[in-house]
Design a protein around this ligand. Sequence first.
Ligand SMILES: Nc1ncnc2c1ncn2[C@@H]1O[C@H](COP(=O)(O)OP(=O)(O)OP(=O)(O)O)[C@@H](O)[C@H]1O
Ligand SMILES: [Mg+2]
Length: 367
Amino acid sequence: MLKPLIDKAAFPLLVIDQTGRIQYANRGAEIITGYRRRELEAFALQDLCATYEKDRFIFSNLARIKDLAEIEIDLRKKGGRQFMANISFAPLVHEENRFLLIALRDVTARRVREGQIRELEERYRKLLAERNRLEDQVTRSTKLAAIGELAAGIAHEINNPLGIILGFAQDILEEIPPDHPFFESVKIIEQETARCSEVVKNLLDFARLRPPQMAAVDISRLLNDSVVLLKPKLAKNKIQVKRIIPKRVPLMKVDPQLIQQAVLNVMLNAIQAMPYGGDLSLRIKLTNHESSGTKAPRIKILIADTGPGIPDEIQNRIFDPFFTTKGSKGTGLGLSVCQRIIEDHGGRVEVESREKTGTTLILNLPV
Ligand SMILES: Nc1ncnc2c1ncn2[C@@H]1O[C@H](COP(=O)(O)OP(=O)(O)OP(=O)(O)O)[C@@H](O)[C@H]1O
Ligand SMILES: [Mg+2]
């Protein structure tokens, strides 16, 4: 009685048998698939699917559907255009034969919207992470600036008297013979004053607010030059240098002196972490970095050692100024200077370290 109504309904309906053969299609099914009813009734449901969907589990199990079932699947219209369909199956029994009534819905638009929402969520998450990172950076920079100013003030005041002490000690050493009873003592005064000068120099470097002076720099050359500068220390600790450097590294606009200082500070730490030998690996990686949805190329300088690694509990402190585990042998400024230089270049320093397997410091710079 209702058949003529259902025949003409715009809502797509099909009836298939247990093998999938289409027994009935209404007007809605014609509209959604683009096939005429006669054509549809010569097909199986599988024939309407995109090629990669034909082996779906449900097609070999149509006979087992006893309740309402629902799947999402890619179908092909006449002419080949694909769409994502939601298919509901309802078992039917007619004159002791089993069939399935099928209702079809085109859910492509919904799918696209869901994808867009997911993408937006992802973008939002990234922006949030970036904002948190920047906030941290600002907090740290403010702290560093205050410490820097203080340090610069003290360092400046101490530098001159240190220079004078050193000068006098050297004068005395020139005047007295090496077997003089005070020679050793004065020698120690000279050495220790020189060490203080070094600390003060580090402090001044750290506090120096000079903006980077950019030049086109070949980073792989800069790394090699740094290795040359450290040769004596590398040899003394029996450290092998390994390099993984791409053939073509683009020239970078950086302040060569500052970047070299940053690299040297990290390499020095690596050398100090391997007093009994090991490998110092230098690697340059060119990558695309995704931030705020735009892709900008980055260069990563990886400096890895095979030392003892950095215990988890101090990993977030190693960039703090004056944090050192080296007692009087370290000032704790190496990494904070390094971080500051890299951040002044718009980059950041990352650390990957596992206890007992070594440490990798990554200087991540925008190209
Ligand atoms: N490659 C590394 N392996 C193990 N620990 C490291 C490494 N690099 C840094 N650290 C840890 O981080 C701390 C801080 O390093 P940083 O370079 O800032 O200071 P420092 O080396 O102690 O002193 P300075 O560099 O001023 O002479 C070190 O004392 C050490 O504990
Ligand atoms: Mg150091």
